[in-house]
Design a binder for this molecule. Structure first.
Ligand SMILES: [Zn+2]
Length: 418
């Protein structure tokens, strides 16, 4: 039965291809047999030492949040040196370079982010212990940047020709309050309506992330008149209102599947123990891979804060109305690329034909933006083994890291087919 179904499927696929007057695009399995692609893949493995040297060099150029410029200039220099066309830096600091195919479309964007989570002044000197490199940012995302450079280098050297084009991007603003501003600019302005497929190389290992966990982050500020704790007793208290809000938030019910979360992560305010504060503030983070669930938890949070302010104002008789401002400081849309989408299948099969196994996953990455816009997108790892991302103790084990380079290279070529 299964065999007949398979044959029927094959016949239907062929008929569809004939009906639309086109041949089926070469798969990753076909592409590894292409002499130029094979040469590029072999070189990617043979030259992994160069890729690791690039990773170290890029990591030692500090790139704190909102200060990616110096590292960006280095990527621009490398893109030009390797012969990419139309190398440019856009309004927000994304560095772009084109690898022209036979036609401008389809256009694949392969991106890696320039920024780290580490503040200015962090020691980013890389220390090596055997196969392991230690430095803040060494895996996330200097690995991605080094693989990006390796793909360009090997495609150029092997003169790989593609029907569609590839634009390589070293983008700003992936981390934290960067709030995906680099990729937002890419999709809304720099390359608006010109991106057919998007791959972010972010972090380490071999994986294909097709589910985007979205998040909303708020800084909430409660204000009141403030006064002496004894003399002015009876005034409504902004921190009192905030306490009521936190109690309500903690009681919110959220679905387990799709996993939806909330967290009050930071609080502050007040001037002294014997003053009724004039201000209190808190930072709140909410996440879900499901847009509707994210909207629902956000609505619950808004209601909790507004009700808390009303209760605090009602509790006290003297004038002194509490006001509140909820400032959205982070907005990463949720979304996903379906498991059976061609880009996800290509991500998995590019690993399989090379003899590696890739797993599907979810995360909050630059792909959140295209996924929320229904542009086919995945995030993949750059190979190797990363530990302690976002911590000063971050490390990267280079053992067999060439596998990540090969996987990313093959996927880039596979997606630049018609
Ligand atoms: Zn990252």
């Amino acid at each position: 039965m299964l065999r007949y179904a398979a044959i029927l499927g094959l016949v239907l696929t062929l008929l569809t291809a004939v009906a639309y007057g086109q041949e089926a695009a070469p798969s990753a399995a076909d592409l590894v047999k292409d002499p130029a692609v094979k040469a590029a893949l072999d070189a990617a493995k043979a030259n992994e030492a160069q890729t690791i040297a690039d990773q170290i060099r890029l990591c030692e150029i500090p790139a704190p949040p909102f200060k990616e410029e110096v590292r960006g200039q280095e990527l621009k220099r490398v893109f030009e040196q390797l012969g990419l066309q139309n190398v440019r830096i856009d309004k927000v600091g994304n560095v772009l370079g084109d690898y022209a195919g036979a036609a401008p479309r389809p256009r694949v964007v392969i991106a890696a982010h320039l920024d780290t989570v580490f503040p200015e002044g962090t020691d980013v000197k890389v220390k090596r212990q055997g196969t392991v490199l230690h430095a803040p940012g060494i895996g996330d995302d200097c690995r991605g940047l080094a693989v990006l450079v390796a793909i360009v280098r090997e495609l150029k050297k092997a003169r790989v020709q593609t029907p569609g084009s590839i634009t390589f991007v070293a983008n700003v603003g992936e981390e934290g309050l960067g709030d995906l501003r680099g990729v937002k600019e890419l999709f809304n302005a720099t390359l608006k309506d010109q991106i057919d497929r998007f791959v972010s190389i972010d972090g380490t290992g071999i994986h294909v992330t097709n589910v985007a966990v979205g998040s909303h982050r708020y800084r909430v500020t409660f204000k009141g008149p403030g006064g002496h704790s004894f003399g002015a007793f009876g005034l409504a208290n902004p921190i009192g209102a905030m306490g009521r809000a936190i109690a309500k938030i903690e009681e919110m019910q959220v679905p387990k599947m799709p996993k939806t979360t909330f967290n009050v992560g930071r609080v502050g305010g007040g001037t002294s123990v014997n003053s009724i504060p004039f201000e209190g503030w808190m930072e709140v983070d909410m996440r879900s891979s499901d847009p509707a669930s994210l909207a629902a938890v956000d609505a619950g949070f808004q209601k909790a804060v507004d009700a808390a302010v009303a209760e605090e104002n009602q509790r006290w008789t003297k004038p002194g109305m509490i006001t509140v401002v909820k400032e959205l400081v982070g907005d990463r849309p949720a979304g996903s690329t379906p498991e059976n989408a061609p880009i996800v299948r290509a991500g998995l099969s590019s690993a399989t034909v090379l003899g590696f196994s890739a797993t599907l996953g979810e995360g909050s990455t630059d792909s959140n933006i295209p996924m929320s816009m229904k542009v086919p997108a995945v995030t993949i790892g750059g190979g190797g083994r990363g530990r302690d991302a976002h911590a000063l103790t971050e490390s990267f084990d280079t053992t067999d890291s060439w596998m990540g380079t090969q996987h990313a290279l093959l996927l880039a070529v596979a997606l630049a087919q018609k």
